[in-house]
Write a protein that binds this ligand. Structure first.
Ligand SMILES: C[S@@+](CC[C@H](N)C(=O)[O-])C[C@H]1O[C@@H](n2cnc3c(N)ncnc32)[C@H](O)[C@@H]1O
Length: 344
């Protein structure tokens, strides 16, 4: 099952950025902030839906994708009002409640400046759970749910086993937390090079009641995979004893970073995006070290970018691991590589 993410919180997939041709530059984008609040139309008396239509039009003029603009206007309004979708649909023809405009307008302005909805609201749905997000982490993407879905399919007979699961490049912790929830007896190790990201991930683990089963490791993946140094010091236990290793590492080629949409380029950390010259440096590093210590029958699940499937096949062969499958996402793009890296 792939759970749908909340409407209107779509974020561009990584490595398959839509063309920005024709999008106005940020400096040219009309800004609601230029309109003093006192001069703003009496939105409180007009139907809510009319105000949202104006917001949608502003987003479209700023270059927000046509299939996102209306949903974004709604998500921001519901965030301000604390309404679920059903309440919004029932009340959208009512006049906007008092003080709505004063709270909505600044958020709409931020969206016109191409800040993602997720960093404006500070949260994002993933696998049916709400995650705190912010500038320190990549906003979880719907296609990454395929990793959770694949893990469930591979380990369907071991849901209640005391598995050891590792999430390398945990970011917001979306995979670590979702897997900890799905495998209630698993011990999860979550690794990230960014201490700011780990702070967000820890918060999400607490939010979802799984923090007691997640060990946090702040380290470059190569250090963690190498395990403790001979003198006993080191980043962690490496992958020794791991049953399932998941990784959604940066995979955007460095040369493509500049052409990513502003939502990604300006508002997501480059350390979560930049995969080196061909986008595959982090995966190369992972595969170089991963075969050594995994448990018998263990699997490695890795998210890959659009157009990287053949290169990933070659990398797996060079690393001496068996690439079992590359599962497509909902758009048919080969996305989740399934690798047998343990001693089968
Ligand atoms: C693409 S984000 C994925 C975040 C999260 N797993 C998700 O699926 O939304 C990649 C994460 O890998 C981390 N990262 C990048 N290079 C790393 C490295 N060499 N070692 C460990 N973590 C790294 C980044 O800080 C970032 O949080």
């Amino acid at each position: 099952m792939t759970t749908a993410s909340a409407a209107g919180e779509a974020a561009p997939a990584l490595g398959d950025a839509p063309s920005l041709a024709g999008a106005p530059s940020l400096r040219e984008a009309p800004s609601a902030a230029d309109v003093p609040l006192a001069d703003a139309p009496l939105a409180d008396a007009a139907p809510l839906a009319d105000r949202l239509a104006r917001a949608r039009d502003g987003f479209l003029r700023a270059g927000v994708a046509a299939d996102e603009a209306a949903a974004d206007a709604e998500v921001l309004a519901r965030h301000v009002l604390g309404w679920d979708r059903a309440t919004y649909l029932a009340r959208r023809r009512d006049p906007a409640p008092p003080s709505f405009e004063a709270r909505y307008a600044p958020l709409a302005t931020r969206r016109e400046r191409r800040e993602p909805v997720s960093t404006i609201t500070g949260r994002r749905e993933f696998w049916g759970l709400t995650f705190a997000v912010g500038p320190a982490v990549l906003t979880p993407r719907p296609e990454t749910e395929l990793i959770v879905e694949t893990a469930l399919a591979l380990l369907r007979d071991r849901r209640d086993a005391p598995l050891a699961i590792a999430d390398v490049g945990t970011g917001s912790g979306c995979l670590a937390v979702a897997l900890a929830r799905e495998f209630p007896r698993a011990a999860v190790t979550a690794v990230d090079i960014s201490s700011a990201a780990l702070t967000v991930a820890r918060r999400n683990a607490v939010l979802h009641g799984v923090s007691d089963r997640i060990t946090w490791v702040e380290a470059p993946l190569a250090d963690w995979l190498a395990g403790p140094a001979p003198d006993g010091r080191g980043a962690g236990d490496g992958n020794t004893g791991t049953d399932l290793l998941v990784a959604n590492l940066p995979y955007v080629p460095t040369g493509e970073l500049a052409s990513l949409p502003p939502e990604v380029r300006l508002h997501e950390p480059s350390i979560a995006l930049d995969g080196g010259p061909d986008g595959l440096d982090p995966l190369r590093e992972l595969l170089r070290a991963v075969p050594s210590g995994l448990n018998r029958g263990a699997r490695v699940l890795v998210e890959i970018g659009m157009g990287q499937a053949n290169a990933v096949r070659a990398l797996a062969a060079a690393a001496g691991v068996e690439l079992l499958d590359i599962r497509p996402d909902l758009r048919g793009i080969p996305r989740a590589a399934v690798i047998a890296a343990g001693r089968d």
